[in-house]
Design a protein around this ligand. Structure first.
Ligand SMILES: Cc1ncc(COP(=O)(O)O)c(C=O)c1O
Length: 393
């Protein structure tokens, strides 16, 4: 296979975007001697356990059905749309409708399709930095300008709404937030999310809120109260992933919650890019939403323990400081002033067998940070991290 560029032109916006970053970090694994012990891979955010056995069995049966091999509705099967609306309504104490849900091939596709519905080339959005790199890649490839809203370590990586207000210009179509956050693990307080929504409403722009990790918050008060307003759909577009909460990233299911009018427009893009979401898992997950609630609660509890184990692990290390941790991630300040994050991460992989992602993968000004996806490993393995990191010279 040739790696030479093709003899025809490619979209210059695609060419201008860097290659997906995770394979670069994963490649360091092949260079590791193994001397420090088995590689502790904290790079990509992946559920560390499979789905419950009953879900796996049902997935197999569903995949073998002739129904799953047919096209389905563009916006997803009615049962899953209704179940997602009901469960989201239960968590947020609001009444939500099937017509306000679109099922997508994962949350990444939810984001891409929402952005294509909201903005065109030359329009702009406000994006906090550090960001989830696929968000930035999507916006760059679509030609949507990004106005960067810095989320600072001294503010627990929670962006400031007044700063956002200054960035709004006539071309602004949306503010994008992710809570609980990837990469920082920061959980935005409900009043901060409410303030962003109020700003978006006052300036007639959308608030796009990626809630991929919402199921990993401690049970109790809703993550925010936006859905409780009858006209929430005039401002909010909420994105969700079934990948992490149900441990089915390979089955590619996500969702958009928006007003029925927005969902109707979104259907035009979804018809073109997916025709329908993959069928087999939809009915299974529609049932699991209610039947496996306890399993999800146990997973969330387990992750909270891993977050605590990660806090304790870094507290034992001189020079390193864990700035924020939540859901799947810890964002950690390394002690090597002036070193590039990518060099620190590479050394950590090669010398200590710990694979973390450099902060620079998530935007400018992050050279001092590394992201550890502690969700990937159990607490016993997390406890080993300080010994490994101490091996760095
Ligand atoms: C913030 C955020 N959004 C979206 C996704 C993608 O999720 P999915 O597997 O549903 O496409 C991820 C996955 O890591 C994520 O961290």
């Amino acid at each position: 296979m040739s790696s030479l560029p093709p003899p025809f032109a490619l979209n210059s916006r695609v060419l201008a975007v860097d290659a997906p970053p995770i394979p670069e970090a994963q490649a360091w694994k092949t260079l590791y001697s193994g001397d420090a012990g088995p590689m502790i891979d904290l790079s990509q955010a992946v559920p560390s356990t499979p789905p419950p056995a009953s879900v796996l069995k049902a997935l197999g049966e569903a995949a073998a059905s002739s129904e799953a091999s047919r096209y389905g509705p563009i916006l997803g099967d009615a049962r899953l749309r209704a179940a997602h609306a009901a469960e989201t309504g239960r968590i947020y104490r609001a009444e939500l409708l099937e017509s306000q849900v679109a099922i997508t091939a994962g949350c990444n596709q939810a984001f891409v399709s929402v952005m294509m519905a909201l903005a065109g080339a030359g329009d702009s959005v406000i994006l906090p930095a550090p960001w989830y790199f696929n968000h930035r890649m999507t916006l760059d490839m679509l030609g949507i300008d990004v106005d960067i809203l810095p989320a600072r370590p001294e503010a627990g990586f929670v962006p400031d709404v007044e700063e956002a207000a200054y960035l709004i210009r006539p071309s602004t179509r949306a503010i994008i937030l992710v809570s609980p956050n990837n990469p920082t693990g920061a959980v935005y307080p409900p009043n901060v999310i409410a303030a962003f929504a109020a700003l978006c409403r006052a300036r007639s722009i959308a608030l796009v809120l990626d809630e991929t990790y919402r199921d990993f918050l401690a049970p109790g008060a809703p993550p925010h109260r936006l859905f409780q307003a009858v006209d929430w759909g005039d401002t909010l577009i909420s994105l969700y992933s079934f990948s992490k909460a149900h441990a089915i990233p390979g089955h590619r299911l996500g969702a958009v919650m928006a007003s029925s009018a927005v969902i109707t427009e979104l259907a035009k893009w979804l018809d073109c890019i997916q025709i329908c979401p993959a069928r087999a898992a939809q009915g299974v997950i529609a049932r699991a939403i209610t039947e496996e609630r306890d399993w999800r609660l146990a997973q969330a509890d387990d992750l909270a323990q891993r977050a605590e184990a990660t806090r304790q692990a870094f507290a034992r290390l001189n020079g390193w400081s864990l700035v924020t941790a939540g859901a799947y991630f810890a964002f950690v300040r390394h002690p090597y002033e002036d070193a590039r994050a990518v060099d620190v991460a590479r050394r950590l992989a090669l010398e200590a067998g710990v694979l973390a992602l450099p902060g620079s993968y998530f935007g400018p000004g992050q050279e001092q940070h590394l992201r550890f996806a502690f969700a990937n490993v159990d607490s016993k393995t997390i406890a080993e991290i300080p010994h490994r990191i101490a091996m760095l010279t």
